[in-house]
Design a protein around this ligand. Structure first.
Ligand SMILES: [Zn+2]
Length: 185
């Protein structure tokens, strides 16, 4: 799927959840509607060594993954991260599920931060996950008006990094640049 198709898909999913273009996407809301359990790492395992390593010693090693068993899919995430990071990680995993990527991969790659899908699928999931959290139209408007990424991040409850990225890829900054150039500024 190209970026426009992924954007349309994200908007459809948001509409199905009853969200207006201005409202925040809550991955846990999606999970309840779709019957996909989302478990924090300490709900998913009681192995002290695993918990110590992934939530205390080296939380950067692992974010989240979709796990498939005979009952279906569930998502496991690292609760040691910030709320904004968890939201972004979960939206990414939701994107894999929505885009129907093959998810028979191992849930954790040794030393890898990301789930082990193909690079093309990872790119799709990043774009789709981003569009679920911050719709392209909102990011574009924000950039065209020259508003600060901080306000976009606050509105959609995402990290500043995510807001900056969504504004940059929205095409908004170029439109603003051209407009400013025309005004002779
Ligand atoms: Zn992924």
């Amino acid at each position: 799927m190209n970026k426009a198709e992924l954007g349309r898909l994200a908007n459809e999913v948001r509409r199905d959840l009853g969200l207006t273009p201005d409202q925040r996407f809550d991955p846990l809301h999606w999970a309840r509607e779709w019957g996909v359990p989302m478990l924090s790492l300490d709900q998913a395992t009681s192995d002290p060594a695993t918990l110590q390593r992934l939530t205390v010693d080296a939380p950067e090693l692992w974010s989240a993954a979709v796990v498939k068993d005979h009952l279906g899919h569930c998502v496991i995430y690292n609760h040691a991260h910030s709320a904004a990071r968890i939201r972004s990680d979960l939206a990414h995993e939701v994107a894999h599920l929505i885009a129907e990527h093959r998810l028979d991969v191992a849930w954790m790659e040794p030393g890898g931060k990301k789930c082990g899908a193909s690079p093309a699928h990872e790119k799709e999931a990043a774009e789709l996950g981003g569009a679920l959290l911050v719709p392209a139209a909102a990011a574009k408007t924000h950039a065209v008006y020259g508003w600060q990424p901080e306000t976009l991040a606050a509105r959609f409850d995402v990290s500043l990094e995510m807001a900056i990225w969504r504004m940059r890829v929205s095409g908004g900054p170029k439109i603003r640049e051209r407009w400013l150039a025309k005004q002779g500024r």
